[in-house]
Ligand binder design. Structure first.
Ligand code: HEC
Length: 179
């Protein structure tokens, strides 16, 4: 094989790896722009475990939603699948997750920010933040509230939502027990 062929293979491989990585990085947001609240919880290993759980769930949900969007190019939006999964997780007592609008023009009637944390998260996302979290409750009842940005990462998202690719759509709001 010539050097040139090897090079183009390496390049293809790299692009193949890069596209999903860029998509999930765009969805998950880099740590550089993270804004965290509840400063007193820094260094608490239980809070760090809850943050890790949020990062794991975020990768899982976002990879699934983008993959459904990319694989099934017609029909219902992937949010319908996500909503079923969120409901099953909530009913199982594992955690709560919700897709919330930050664009001020939600397609779903119930997707506007409802709680104080969701309203603050929507404002933070509009200012350009990609992540926000906060510890609430006490003792056994402590929970991590987290919000992770959701831009229009795929041309289909942008088309259906009537925005430009890359524009902010909303965020996933997590509520995860701290233990
Ligand atoms: C086929 C059309 C369609 C596509 C494609 C689509 N969406 Fe949606 N999206 C909707 C609809 C409809 C709702 C409201 C659903 C509901 O809550 O009943 C929604 C809701 C949302 C919400 C909550 C805020 C709101 O507008 O209600 C976000 C955030 C969101 N979508 C992000 C995305 C992302 C990211 C993608 C691409 C990966 C995507 N959507 C692709 C139709 C679409």
């Amino acid at each position: 094989m010539t050097t040139r062929r090897v090079r183009s293979r390496v390049l293809l491989c790299f692009v193949g790896l890069l596209v999903p990585a860029v998509l999930s990085a765009a969805m998950a947001g880099g740590p550089a722009r993270e804004a965290r609240e509840g400063g007193e919880a820094e260094g608490d290993p239980a809070v760090e475990r809850a943050r890790r759980e949020v990062r794991m769930l975020d990768t899982l949900y976002k990879t699934a939603v983008v993959s459904v969007t990319d694989t099934y190019r017609r029909g219902q939006p992937a949010i319908m699948v996500a909503k079923d999964v969120f409901k099953a997780m909530d009913e199982g007592g594992f955690h709560s997750a919700r897709l919330v609008d930050a664009s001020m023009a939600p397609l779903g009637v119930d997707n506007d920010p409802k709680t104080d944390f969701e309203r603050r998260a929507a404002e933070a996302m509009r200012r350009g933040e990609t992540y926000l979290d906060e510890v609430v409750g006490e003792g056994e009842g402590r929970r991590l509230l987290a919000a992770t940005v959701v831009p229009a990462v795929h041309p289909r998202c942008a088309e259906c939502h009537g925005v430009e690719e890359g524009d902010l759509l909303g965020f996933i709001r997590y509520e995860v027990p701290i233990r």
